[in-house]
Every structure is written in C-alpha cells, then in structure tokens.
Design a protein around this ligand. Structure first.
Ligand SMILES: N[C@@H](CCOP(=O)(O)O)C(=O)O
Length: 493
C-alpha cells in the first residue's frame, strides 16, 4: 500500500507521492506531508555497505513508494550516474576536528544539484501517466534557480520559469541564471527581496482563475523549490550517506549519534535532516545556522516566529530569507499531525507576519534542534581563520554554519558534520575580501586570485561564465509575475 500525502493544513484530501510531486504545493497552500514518515526505519548496516546511488534508491523508494523500483533505478542513474565531479557524490571531508559535507560537486556548484538533478526525473515519470504539460516555477535567492534551470533545461513536456530578487544574488549566481541555455527556460528578476518573490510565486499557485485558464490549455504549474516533496526527498539521502562515510572512515561506530550543523534559509536542507532522523539516522542535534536574517534563531529560542523585522542583504545571499517555508512541515510533525493548528499558525503568519508555537511544541523542537546565527563580520572571520588554520576555503554560507558550530557546545565523543552548501567560487569576491586577497577587479579576477591562493581550480562551468552570452534581462514588479508566467506557458510549452 503506497504512502499517501496530504496538506500540512488539512488531512482530508490524500494523494499519491507522484501527484504530490506533480502539484508541488497542496491546493490549500499547505505543503505535502506523509504520516508514514518514520514508520519504516532504514537499515544502517545496509547504508554503510552501499554506494551513494544505492542509498539514494533505497531512501527515495521509502519516501516516494508509488514509484516502481525500475523507475527509481532509472531516475538515480540519470541524476547521479556521471553528473557529479566527486566519486563519492557528496564527500565528507575532515577539516580541523569536524567534517565538512561537500554538497557542491554537481553541475552548478551548489547543494541544490543533489535534488534538482533528481526532481526532473521524478517529475517526468509522474507526468507520464497524465497528458499534462508542466510549467515549473522557482523562486530563488541564488542557488535553486540555476540548479533548477540546469536540471529541467530541454526536458520534453516541461518548461521552467525562474524568478530571482533583482540585485539580491551574487554576480556569479546571476550570470549562471541569465546565461542558461535551453528552449524551455525563462528567467526574470523581480523588484524586492526573496520573500517578495517567493510569496508572489505561492500566490500564483493559488490563483484559481489563472489555474483554470492554464488548465484549458492542458498546462499545470509545479514547483522546483523545497516546498515540493520531490525536492526534499533526495536531500535526505546525503545525511545517511554522510553517516556511512564517517563509519567507513573509522570516525564513528555504526549506531553512534552525530551532530549536523546546517546553514539554512528556507528550512528545506535542515528539514531533510529531520526526515533522516525520523527514518532511523542516529542524530543527536540538528543545528540551524542563520545569517543576520535570524528569524529562525529567534523562533527556536522563544517559540515566536516574527518576520516583522528589517531584511538584511548579506554576503550569504542564498540565506537572505525571512519566510522559511519548510518550517511548516516541522510544525506539522512536531504537533503530532495537528493540521488545524498548522493552518491557524499559517493564517497568523499571512495576516500579521507572526505566530507563536505552543510551549509544548517548542520544548519538543528544542530536544532535537539547536540554533545560532553569525553576521557578515563573523562569517568573514570564520573564512579567514579556517583558511589560516587548515588551508580549507569555506564559502560564506558554510562559514556561517562553521561559526555557529563553534558556539554550540559539543557532546563528548559525538562527531559533528557541517554541511557545505556551495562552492566558494560562486561568491569569490566576498571570499577574496575575507581572505585578504584583492577584491576590487571583476568577479573573474577574484576567481583567479582565489585559485592562486588556494591551489584549487574553479569549476569550469563558473570560469566559463566570463565569456557566456546573456540571454535574459527581464526585470519586473512582483504584481507582473502572473502575466509573465502565463505568457511563458504559451511561448515555451
Ligand atoms: N536558498 C534558496 C532559496 C529557495 O530555497 P529552496 O530550498 O526552497 O529552493 C536559493 O538559493 O534559491
């Protein structure tokens, strides 16, 4: 019997995993969840003995169990067969006393590749049983956009439209997106910040009139953000695989607990760690690391989520987020599936920008989640100190997590893994500045300076952006996004 999915805001209407992947967001605006999470435990000995791809197949099959074994096998081969530059796919590397889980060896040099090489595969197979043509929408603060474009470019029957905040990403991130090839892709900059962009995309999903007009043309909308369960499920894999690597390296015994410290904005990456824990991974603490946009630190400390605060543009732009979408899934699981409560809290968030979790829920959350934040100066110090002490170059997002990890007390004998979400070359100007290298030339001058200092070559896909032709220069207000999407559906599908 397949595990069924339903909205975080109502348990009444259920659907299959394939339908949840196709929809992206539940029709009532909630996020798809399954009550089967945690009913089946993953065998750790098996994980330790298997390759990354084998582990991916096992975990995806557990979470998305209406996909046939052959379908999952084909998805895994296409997503991870030869697309990652590291033989381990996501290597766990010893840096100082801790481990850095390098999630950035995919085609766009960010952790999003792990899921966005997989999502198009899952989506195509889910769509095979329907006659629908699909327009994928993604809001990005920098990394998701390019990874989604690379994953979905030229996928038959699918189009993709990516929106990013105008001036809200690094220059390399912007260039990655606006130079994207493919006949089914569109990229638009939006006046405002990531929250404005993501909220506008969510409004498009719940725009009944637009949905109806597109339906008449045989077009449905879906999402490439971590609100889509098909985006989240592949991210669970690297937690298990990191654990397996630590066992194989002799750093831990199978069964020992570990800590994970995760730089996060939209809460998807760290929520994947919570899914892993529920599926039997021995985790002591999941540490949520934020930049100056520390809404999650405050929530995890006080139980009050309040986005009514200044929005900071930082050197870790992918985390410049005040509305962390995936927290909604955690609220569902931490309230033992109280969808009414989640719906009420989300209404409060929509109407007042704030909500307060019940004390008992906060207590439960804090049993597993620790937190902290680091501002830009602290992230710069972390980059400099880490490089001087170990020779390892952190990107600004990983540096936030590194700094927070230094502050959160460790437990005797518990290994700690810091998730590294992006290549430093995506943020070379700020990394150079932090390391005391020249940073006043072009981003590509900075790239070369960093190569020379670190002895590590920049990924070719990033270096070649210097001469790539810009294809997209649309800039719009958030209110113009629905019309833009409708136009692109006609043009690209
Ligand atoms: N940090 C993200 C923002 C979107 O998050 P997602 O995980 O929900 O796609 C980005 O880089 O775009």
């Amino acid at each position: 019997m397949a595990s069924m999915y339903h909205s975080t805001r109502s348990t009444v209407k259920e659907c299959s995993a394939k339908r949840a992947v196709l929809d992206g967001l539940a029709p009532d605006g909630g996020l798809y969840v399954t009550d089967a999470l945690g009913t089946e435990s993953i065998d750790l000995d098996q994980i330790v003995a298997q390759t990354y791809s084998e582990n991916a197949a096992l975990i995806l099959k557990t979470l998305l169990d209406d996909y046939a074994d052959e379908e999952i096998a084909a998805c895994v081969e296409a997503a991870y067969g030869d697309t990652f530059a590291a033989p381990e796919t996501t290597p766990a590397v010893k840096v100082g006393d801790d481990f850095v889980l390098e999630l950035f060896h995919g085609p766009t040099s960010a952790f999003k590749d792990v899921a966005l090489q997989m999502l198009p595969q899952l989506m195509s197979r889910a769509a095979a049983s329907t006659s629908e043509r699909i327009m994928i929408l993604a809001a990005t603060s920098g990394d998701t956009g390019k990874a989604a474009l690379a994953g979905f470019a030229d996928t038959p029957g699918l189009g993709i439209t990516v929106f990013y905040p105008h001036g809200g990403t690094s220059e390399i991130q912007r260039l990655q997106m606006v130079t994207q090839h493919g006949d089914n892709v569109a990229v638009g900059a939006v006046h405002g910040n990531f929250d404005d962009t993501q909220s506008a995309v969510k409004r498009i999903f719940s725009d009944e009139a637009l949905r109806e007009r597109l339906h008449e043309q045989g077009v449905v909308l879906s999402s490439a953000n971590s609100i889509n369960i098909g985006r989240l499920a592949p991210q669970v894999v690297y937690y298990f695989d990191a654990y397996a690597q630590l066992v194989r390296q002799g750093a831990i015994e199978c069964g020992d607990k570990v800590d994970f410290c995760v730089p996060t904005g939209n809460f998807g990456d760290v929520l994947a760690g919570y899914f892993a824990l529920r599926m039997g991974l021995p985790v002591r603490k999941l540490i949520v690391a934020s930049n100056a946009n520390n809404v999650l630190t405050d929530f995890l400390t006080t139980g009050v989520y309040d986005r009514n605060r200044p929005f900071h543009k930082t050197i870790s732009p992918s985390m410049d987020i005040l509305i962390s979408s995936n927290l909604e899934r955690l609220l569902y699981y931490m309230s033992d599936g109280d969808a009414e409560l989640v719906a009420r809290l989300m209404d409060d968030l929509a109407n007042t920008g704030r909500y307060e979790a019940p004390a008992v829920m906060l207590e439960r959350i804090r049993e597993t989640f620790a937190c902290g934040f680091a501002d830009d100066d602290e992230a710069r110090t972390a980059m400099k100190e880490c490089f001087d002490e170990t020779g390892y170059v952190l990107d600004p997002h990983t540096a936030v997590a590194w700094r927070v990890s230094q502050r959160v007390p460790k437990a005797e004998g518990i290994a700690r893994v810091v998730l590294s979400t992006a290549s430093p070359y995506k943020f070379c100007r700020d990394v150079c500045a932090a390391l005391g290298l020249p940073s006043d030339g072009t981003d590509f001058d900075c790239m070369r300076a960093l190569e020379e200092k670190s002895g590590m070559k920049a990924p070719e896909a990033l270096a070649s952006l210097e001469n790539a032709a810009v294809r997209f220069d649309d800039v719009m207000d958030a209110c113009d996004m629905p019309a833009y999407v409708e136009g692109k559906c006609g043009e690209l599908l």
